[in-house]
Design a protein around this ligand. Structure first.
Ligand code: NCD
Length: 321
């Protein structure tokens, strides 16, 4: 289903033109570099002019079946800064979804009005299903515990900007590695780049076997830990995640693990001087507010990078990059 939509000859456009963005597996290292290059241009554009008319006349539908602040607003900001328009369906309960309309019909409706559909859904594979039905491009903005490819791209872009490289790194991922789709996508995006992964979680929230196998099959290495202090002194990136309460079937399990990690200045006292603390946000206690002042705390810059990355992706998918 990936890359199933017609695309003009490659010499007239880029590899993302008219394509769905469903998984980070679509992104070759060359394509990642290309997106980062365009994101840099978008940053300059926003800093100098605030907006442009690159996507004037284009419309993006933002279809969100799950809560979102950052992903939905940054996609809207990205579209509007490029001169495009947005149909925001941020609360599907007020749309015909609450009348029982299927995803297939909802996306085939929205593509009558829009040129691209950004979809967040609670089911793994929903974006691929939507892409199957739609003839306009679908951008996966999170499909259940599956993937969140645009978040992984903005995360990798942040790593590149903060540390000057996204290769040859030790990356600690901490918290809910089982249900957190952002760490699934980011791990995949960092494969084959000489990255050593340190997965820190309680046993209940281990990185899924499928992804651990992908790391091994790529010839990369990972170790698993319960205690962040075992890895804090060696990581270049500490990627912190929220325990995903909404994914638990047994809330007693959630209560047992919800407060298991809190990154404080005392924890970071043991970290390298040049490293970054990242978080896709929202945080619900796993990073103390006192950490925000630390120059290594990159999560606010990470959010800002999300707009530039999404501007680059929208421009590319709509053929104007
Ligand atoms: C993340 C998500 O939705 O997966 N948020 C985001 O998009 N920035 C992480 C989370 O909700 O914990």
């Amino acid at each position: 289903m990936v890359n199933s939509k017609p695309r003009p000859a490659d010499n007239v456009t880029n590899g993302l033109y008219n394509q769905d963005i469903l998984t980070v597996r679509q992104f070759t290292p060359e394509l990642v570099d290309y997106v980062f290059g365009v994101a840099d241009e978008m940053r300059t554009l926003v800093e100098r002019f605030g907006s442009a008319d690159l996507l004037q006349g284009k419309i993006m539908a933002n279809l969100f079946y799950e809560p979102s602040t950052r992903t939905s607003s940054s996609f809207m900001a990205a579209m509007q800064r490029l001169g495009g328009q947005v149909i925001p369906i941020n609360s599907v309960k007020y749309s015909s979804v609450s009348k029982g309309e299927s995803l297939a019909d909802t996306v085939r409706t929205l593509e009558c009005y829009a040129d691209v559909i950004v979809l967040r859904h609670y089911e793994v594979g929903a974006a691929a299903e939507a892409a199957h039905w739609a003839s306009k491009p679908i951008i996966n903005a999170g499909d259940g515990v599956g993937e969140h490819p645009t978040q992984a791209l903005l995360d990798a872009y942040t790593i590149q900007r903060e540390l000057g490289r996204m290769e040859n790194l030790t990356v600690g991922m901490l918290g809910d590695l089982r249900f957190g789709r952002t760490v699934h996508s980011l791990t995949r995006l960092l494969l084959n780049r000489d990255v050593t992964f340190r997965f820190v979680s309680p046993r209940l929230l281990r990185m899924p076997e499928e992804i651990r196998d992908e790391v091994t099959n790529a010839g990369d290495t990972f170790t698993e830990h319960r205690d962040v202090m075992e890895i804090i002194d060696e990581v270049d990136v500490l990627y912190v995640t929220r325990v995903q309460k909404e994914r638990f079937t047994d809330l007693a399990d959630y209560e047992r693990v919800k407060d298991i990690y809190v990154i404080t200045p005392e924890v970071l006292a043991n970290a390298k001087e040049k490293m970054v603390v990242m978080h896709p946000l929202p945080r619900v206690g796993e990073i103390a507010y006192e950490v925000d002042q630390d120059p290594r705390a990159a999560y606010f810059r990470q959010m800002q990078n999300g707009v530039f990355t999404r501007m680059a992706l929208l421009a590319a998918v709509l053929g104007r990059a």
